[in-house]
Design a binder for this molecule. Structure first.
Ligand code: PRP
Length: 182
């Protein structure tokens, strides 16, 4: 385990098992038609890659990039669109793929923005749901795990762009984001 990690919440095996179950639910929910897996960069990268491989159907993969945390540990509430999607989603089933839903501000911004493009359906798939931190309700159709209100890193989640490549989800030691004396 990395020295900056207090404890591991979900191991690589836990995550892969949950993804297989989510993929079964998604296969059933979308038996036919175009399904766009729309990953929200950068956090969803690992989750989307594993979810896409677990699905037993054709998918279109695309990405959108927004930022709301600006390198800190608290959401600023201000969502900026950094990269728009590349495919036309009109008339298609779209599954927004997120690593974590925290305050819900980012995903609500995206739902509002994408709805104007007239997808056939728009739903949210989040690996982690930090429900306690919610500032606005979010309709999450597919949830991996409901997590405590701790600062989590790994499996796509970062602190100041680090730790995304850890194969597990862990709780960051407070000393990493609260240096001694602060
Ligand atoms: C994280 C995460 C979600 C968002 C959730 O992204 O990937 O997109 O925050 O927080 P919210 O529910 O409070 O809006 P971040 O802005 O940190 O960018 P990143 O994915 O590049 O790490």
């Amino acid at each position: 385990m990395h020295d900056d990690i207090d404890r591991i919440l979900y191991t690589d095996d836990d995550i892969q098992n949950r993804i297989r179950a989510l993929a079964r639910d998604i296969n059933e929910a979308y038996p036919s038609g175009d399904l766009v897996l729309l990953g929200v960069l950068s956090g969803s990268l690992l989750f989307l890659a594993d979810l896409a491989r677990a699905l037993d159907r054709h998918v279109i993969v695309d990405f959108i990039a927004v930022s709301s945390y600006e390198g800190g540990t608290q959401s600023t509430g201000v969502v900026r669109l950094l990269k728009d999607l590349s495919v036309n989603i009109e008339g298609k089933d779209v599954l927004l793929v997120e690593d974590i839903i925290d305050t819900g501000l980012t995903i609500n911004y995206l739902i509002e923005n994408l709805t104007t493009r007239h997808p056939r359906s728009l739903a949210v798939c989040a690996l982690l749901d930090k429900a306690e931190a919610r500032k606005a309700p979010v309709p999450i159709r597919f949830t991996g795990f409901t997590v405590p209100n701790e600062f989590l890193v790994g499996y796509g989640l970062d602190y100041q762009q680090r730790y995304r490549n850890l194969p597990y989800v862990g709780i960051l030691k407070p000393r990493v984001f609260q240096p001694a004396g602060s």
